[in-house]
Design a protein around this ligand. Structure first.
Ligand code: DOR
Ligand code: ZN
Length: 407
């Protein structure tokens, strides 16, 4: 039996072959995190990541539920590809022996929209790419986009958007044939994100029963639009990522392509506005957009280097450090990483927990990361506040070495 001592919030005991008593006086109990935006790369790109590695990374970071994106190879855009993807994920989770909770997004593809009718009870939502990024999913046809809003109303399924503007990306590439990574925010200009978010809110107002999620919001200009849409009672929700909160354009000179992601990390003014938007409820949740690529891929010269940053295991320490620095309250962290996500995605509740040490200081080190890609832009950051135990389906894991104490 496992018993946590000196912890009034945790009276429960957990089964184990050994009798274990853990002094939890210095630990704080919070609901396990939900990361509603990950790319665990199955099928097709398991050289970057797989679910055996990523489930360990998640548990080490206090995350017990993830929602995985459909930009795989092949993309998840049909009932058969969805079933095949689940089968492969379950095989990989079997290797790590971590029964991570997961849901899958279904990809919108212009010629496969009918497939949504076959899969909608089994998916967490539909992911719609309105600009090119990793993979080849892209909705260009305005009629297909309107049809998706009608489907959202009809099936009560949410639409999650990558909100950038494809023609603007093409235009910038033609104007700037030899960009540097510092130009990434110019190559994918803020105007594209703002005009796309504005257009989507217009559609949400036309199709009032539709539910839309603007993912990885990165510009200060999108925030008042989202705030106003909420005021008008539209079902418009917004996500930002730790990368948009903890990095800004002055960091490109240090991190180069290792902080290249889409939509781009922008200026400190955007970063500050995002922190305010967490506080005032304009942003509903934080998703890591855990998007690993190998070092060799990231070392390619920009713009051949792929966009994406891993993050599932650094999310909680970054946020707890921000609590320590009084940039955000622990209550707000819980809302943004758990409570709001349960409500908005209508999840069943569970008893998964994380025990965190708010005073533990430790450095993020690439060599200790569990993700297969083995790097993080936060390598070398000294953070105060770390998960110590993660409880998933009544199994107690020690975060640092991932020992399952319940066995
Ligand atoms: O930076 C990104 N990486 N943005 C995306 O939209 C996709 C992701 C990936 O899958 O690599
Ligand atoms: Zn993503």
């Amino acid at each position: 039996m496992i018993r946590f001592l000196n912890q009034s919030e945790l009276k429960e005991t957990y089964s184990s072959s050994k009798d274990i008593e853990i002094d939890a006086k210095h630990l704080t109990v919070i609901p396990a995190l939900i990361d509603p935006h990950v790319h665990f790369r199955t099928p097709g790109e398991n050289h970057k990541e797989d679910w055996a590695f990523a489930s360990r990374a998640a548990i080490a970071g206090g995350v017990t539920t993830v929602f995985d994106m459909p930009n795989n190879a092949p993309p998840c855009i049909s009932k058969s590809s969805l079933l095949e993807k689940k089968k492969l994920i379950n095989e990989q989770l079997n290797l790590s022996q971590i029964p991570l909770r997961y849901h899958l997004f279904f990809g919108a593809e212009e010629n496969h929209l009918d497939e949504i009718y076959k899969v909608h009870p089994e998916i967490i939502g539909i992911k719609i790419y309105l600009a090119s990024t990793t993979g080849n999913l892209l909705i260009k046809d305005p009629h297909a986009l309107e049809r998706l809003f009608k489907i959202s109303e009809e099936l009560d399924v949410s639409l999650s958007f990558h909100a950038e503007n494809e023609p603007l990306l093409k235009k910038q590439s033609s104007i700037h044939p030899y960009p540097k990574v510092e130009d990434h925010p110019t190559m994918r200009p803020r105007e594209g994100a703002v005009m796309t978010t504005s257009h989507l809110i217009g559609l949400a107002s036309k199709y009032r029963k539709s539910r839309i999620h603007i993912l990885h919001v990165g510009t200060k200009e999108e925030l008042p639009l989202i705030k106003q849409a909420k005021k008008e009672g539209l079902h418009v929700y917004a996500e930002t990522t730790p990368n948009h909160l903890f990095l800004n354009s002055s960091d490109y000179s240090e991190h180069k392509t290792y902080m290249q992601m889409n939509p781009p990390i922008r200026d400190s003014e955007d970063q500050m506005a995002l922190w305010e938007a967490l506080k005032d409820g304009t942003i509903d949740w934080i998703g890591t957009d855990h998007a690993p690529h190998t070092r060799a891929e990231k070392e390619k010269p920009y713009p051949s280097s792929p966009s994406g940053i891993p993050g599932v295991e650094t999310l909680l320490p970054l946020l707890l450090n921000a609590v320590h620095e009084k940039k955000i309250s622990l209550k707000k962290v819980i809302e943004l990483t758990h409570t709001n996500i349960v409500k908005i995605f209508k999840l069943n509740s569970n008893k998964d927990l994380v025990l965190v040490d708010l005073n533990l200081s430790r450095e993020v080190k690439n060599e200790f990361l569990k993700t297969k890609c083995g790097w993080s832009p936060y390598n070398g950051w000294e953070l105060r506040g770390w998960p110590v135990y993660t409880i998933l389906k009544d199994q107690v894991y020690r975060c640092q070495n991932l020992e399952n104490l319940s066995l």
